[in-house]
Design a protein around this ligand. Structure first.
Ligand code: ADP
Ligand code: MG
Length: 624
């Protein structure tokens, strides 16, 4: 099957260049390529070694070993065996708080790069490096299998991955020596594997992807051979792993054993044991599982059957079904308007999933004939083939999974591109200044669904400088967002009266430029862990400071509009709030903010000065 070409001029054997498709999964990764004549996607590997567990074990010399061999080390060397890296990709320590208990390895927060790191035997690795180790293994596997050079790839990601996570995936590919031609959404890949694009009929497809570490439901519209993601929902912390954890907890409870008395090795061993039990029962629902497991003098009975399994995973499955409902709501569709369902992810082999989906969608065809753990890689290979120029008939459209916006006064998020917008897209909006003579304006770009930017992910910022001095509210500053199909965001700011302009290409916070990727290879220094509570408190402090500032300015500018009593009442509340700021107590600060806010709110309306009024209401870009 591997083809070799000979350069007639030099007589040398030339290796083909193959573009591969890679499913870089939380739990398992696979690589596939497209065979020609007849054209069909094929997995790299022999029957039972196509699946590469996404696990990296570092041996005593800190040399990485990837795959099944690494997975076998989890129980023995939990602190040297890294799994579920995809959950860490593009995340900072705050994102992960309280979600790392089950990991046997150490997670560290590096302040400087705003990226988590993993400490293995005194060496520090970030998720991009760890993912690149897995990708390199897949690249080499494909190269030896195909006897070809593999330096171009399509890599899939869950549809709800944000820009940072997509960029991090690209960077990992680059670090592994792969030119990542495109990042493709997993549901799109799965639909391609089923060849849904090859019929003329327009279709609405719901892709239910329940893997090891992530759950993801997407609704795709297929029109004239063109895919478009119209809604996505999901959870990066919901997967088969969670069912395994439930089983572990069930056993511990049944045996009256506290998790605390087990060491990390034992917890990992139990975890793997639970996964096996789950798979056995899901494959043979009528045969209960029961084996005894010994940890020193602790003996554990591990009985579990299908009924218990359904019971203890009911909540997890219910969450996935709720996401399905939300995706329908987002897409404004009834279950009957779905034409096809595609099952993706190893956990959909659990019969309960099929049962629940078929009662939710009584008349809809559920596609499950391609192995759910292979379907994404196969589809990625189809996409790779398209990008290699072998199929010109298909086009892919995508949507942005999270809202993109800028920070406005009071640290509020102002969304320019809402989530689920089709990309590429371009949006513009006008802003102005909030103080007289303001000549610089900070434009800080964020991503996320929360109202406060401090709760969202910062992608970058720049300063529009040299705005001619004008009264507050007078400058017209147009901000343009352009998001291209690779997920790169260009932000342009222009003051329309003077024409001064500035444009910036925003790389996601965790995304790395070429030189940074190189520098990253040298391990960074360990930094102190961020205090998450401090951040929450800081938000209240910022809000208070902002309000004190505007209230004081209001008094000095417009004191004449207020009565003696009102001036006194305002000053009193400003002083009270200043006093509360010294307490460092978030709730008290917020109550002081509310008191001052409530008191001064009616004053704003008395004033004709647009800028001050607006500043008090908080809808202007924060001044510098
Ligand atoms: P990911 O996309 O997250 O890497 P996969 O699609 O490979 O994951 O799915 C891995 C998950 O599927 C694991 O949690 C595994 O335990 C689960 N799984 C595999 N086979 C079965 C089965 N027969 N029944 C239930 N779950 C299974
Ligand atoms: Mg998957």
């Amino acid at each position: 099957m591997a083809k070799i070409s000979i350069n007639i001029a030099s007589g040398s054997i030339e290796k083909r260049n193959v573009v591969v498709g890679i499913d870089l999964g939380t739990t398992n990764s696979l690589v596939a390529y497209n065979e020609s004549n007849p054209s069909k996607p094929v997995l790299v590997g022999e029957n039972n070694n196509c699946i590469v567990p996404s696990v990296v074990y570092f041996d005593e010399n800190n040399l990485p070993i990837v795959g099944s061999q690494a997975k076998n080390q989890i129980a023995q060397h939990p602190e040297r065996t890294i799994f579920s890296v995809k959950r860490l990709l593009g995340k900072n320590f705050g994102d992960l708080s309280g979600k790392t208990d089950y990991l046997g390895y150490k997670i560290i927060h590096d302040d400087q790069e705003n990226m988590v790191k993993v400490n293995v035997g005194g060496h520090y690795y970030n998720p991009i490096q760890l993912s690149s180790i897995i990708l390199k293994e897949l690249k080499e596997k494909a190269e030896s299998f195909l006897n070809a050079t593999v330096d171009k790839a399509v890599i899939t990601v869950p549809a709800y991955f944000n820009d940072s996570q997509r960029q991090a995936t690209k960077d990992a590919g680059k670090l592994a020596g792969l030119d990542v031609l495109r990042i493709v959404n997993e549901p799109t890949a799965a639909s391609l594997a089923y060849g849904m694009n090859l019929t003329d009929a327009d279709k609405t497809i719901l892709v239910y992807d329940f893997g090891g570490g992530t759950f993801d439901v997407s609704i795709l519209k297929l029109e004239q051979g063109v895919f478009e993601v119209i809604a996505t929902h999901g959870d990066t912390y919901l997967g088969g792993d969670d069912i395994d954890k439930q089983i572990v907890q069930h056993w511990l409870l049944q045996n009256g054993i506290d998790l605390e008395i087990l060491n990390k090795n034992q917890i990992q061993e139990l975890r793997l044991f639970a996964e096996n039990a789950k798979i056995e029962i899901s494959n043979n629902p009528h045969i209960p599982f029961e084996k005894s497991l010994k940890f020193g003098n602790i003996e554990l009975n591990t009985y579990i059957d299908y009924i218990i399994l359904i019971e203890i995973s009911a909540e997890i499955i219910a969450k996935t079904m709720h996401s399905v409902d939300l995706s329908l709501r987002d897409a404004k569709l009834q279950p009957s308007q779905i034409d096809e369902i595609v099952l993706v992810g190893g956990s959909t082999r659990f019969p309960e999933i099929y049962n629940q989906l078929s009662s939710k969608f009584p008349k809809v065809h559920i596609n499950n004939q391609i192995n759910p753990d292979e379907v994404v890689a196969l589809g990625a290979a189809v996409e790779a083939d398209i990008l290699a120029g072998n199929r010109k008939d298909i086009l892919l459209l995508d949507v942005t999974p999270l809202s993109l916006g800028i920070e406005t006064a009071g640290e509020l998020m102002d969304v320019l591109i809402p989530r689920n917008s089709k990309i590429p897209t371009r949006v513009g909006r006008e802003y102005t200044t909030s103080v007289d003579g303001q000549i610089n304006m900070k434009i800080a770009v964020f991503q996320g669904e929360r109202e406060m930017v401090t709760q969202n992910r910062k992608l970058g910022e720049f300063i529009l400088k040299n705005i001619p001095a004008m009264p507050a509210g007078f400058p017209k500053i147009e901000i343009q967002f352009a998001l291209n199909s690779d997920g790169v965001l260009k932000v342009a700011a222009k003051e329309l009266r003077s024409g001064i302009a500035q444009e910036v290409e925003i790389l996601p916070a965790n995304g790395l430029t070429d030189s940074e990727v190189e520098r990253m290879l040298e391990s960074g220094l360990l930094n102190a862990q961020q205090d998450i509570n401090l951040r929450l408190e800081q938000e209240a402090v910022n809000e208070a400071n902002q309000l004190i500032y505007t209230a004081e300015r209001f008094l000095s500018k417009h004191g004449n509009l207020l009565s003696e009593n009102e001036i006194f009442g305002t000053k009193q509340r400003i002083d009270a709030l200043k006093g509360l700021l010294t307490t460092n107590n978030r709730n008290e600060i917020l109550s002081g903010v509310e008191a001052l806010n409530d008191y001064t709110r009616p004053f704003a309306e008395r004033v004709m000065d647009v800028a001050v009024s607006a500043a008090l209401k908080g809808n202007k870009i924060q001044e510098l």
